[in-house]
Write a protein of this length. Structure first.
Length: 114
């Protein structure tokens, strides 16, 4: 059974940092490209960052230089280090494979507010 479990969200002040985790099971994690998405209230889900099976990374312009995606294949886990957080980063963050599986985890909520 495929499971994607996001964690690590929370409330943080502008300029603060959070580290999100995505624990995957039921998939051949190491051979999959993996993505972080986010969905803000009233907006479409958007791709935030991607890491390929070989470790190459790509970021949305809005997070470039602030967010870092990484993976630990031994733990079947992907991470998103988020620094210099802004109120516009408020969203529920999700992970999935590339291309995305038809199932999604519950996501983890990131709230940036003073």
């Amino acid at each position: 059974q495929v499971q994607l479990v996001e964690s690590g969200g929370g409330l943080v002040q502008p300029g603060g940092s959070l580290r999100l985790s995505c624990a995957a099971s039921g998939i051949a994690f190491s051979i999959n490209n993996m993505d972080w998405y986010r969905q803000a209230p009233g907006k479409e889900r958007e791709l935030v960052a991607r890491i390929t099976s070989r470790g190459s990374t790509r970021y949305a312009d809005s997070v470039k230089g602030r967010f870092t995606i990484s993976r630990d294949n031994a733990k079947n886990t992907m991470y998103l280090q988020m620094n210099s957080l802004k109120p516009e980063d408020n969203a529920v963050y999700y992970c999935n494979t590339d291309p995305p599986l038809p199932i999604w985890g519950k996501g983890t909520l990131v709230t940036v507010s003073s």
